[in-house]
Unconditional design. Sequence first.
Length: 216
Amino acid sequence: MDYYLISAAAGDRTPVGILVEEFVLYEDYTAAGIDSVEWSPRTGGWSGSPGRSRALRSNPALRALATAVSRETAARELARLGGGALPEEFELHTMFEHRQALPTAGPLNLGTARSARRYRILFAGELGSEGLAKASTALRLEPTDDPRVVGTAQASAGGHGFTWELRRIGAGIAWCVDVTVRLGTGPAIALGALLHHHRQAIREQGLIPVTIERFA
């Protein structure tokens, strides 16, 4: 699950609420939707929050109010705000309602080998120079001559080969991590783990994950 502190004003590090999200994935690790629940002192309890989740991804002003944190930090801040103990994740699951569905479509035929898949993890927000440097380190990126691409990397795990790149989409519109996997004969769990790691690595730099798409 992903945890966010919600502030009353941009730049104010004192939270006034807690947002918890979880990406719901299909078997091929593309995103089907986002479940969410929010605690606020106004209600003194937890309630579904698909509207907040949508706003974080579409409204820069509201996105500036959210700070990605660990579960431990969320628990500490919730207790400080008078919300008591943070429910266990299985309890939070029971609070999810009104799932925010994400658009889906079959993978496009881009001429890649049948054993290859191409994924895009899309993010909303802007990376500053510090965040960009930390993201490049976390993804182990090497510079590229392509001005559209921050860097690329490759690795193998679980009998599969992976390559990925971090790129900007438009000017201040969005960022994405594009991942190509050449599947071996082993289970695809390594693919899911890599996509999860990359999504969290960029989320920790202040960007909000929007979806996980598959292009081939």
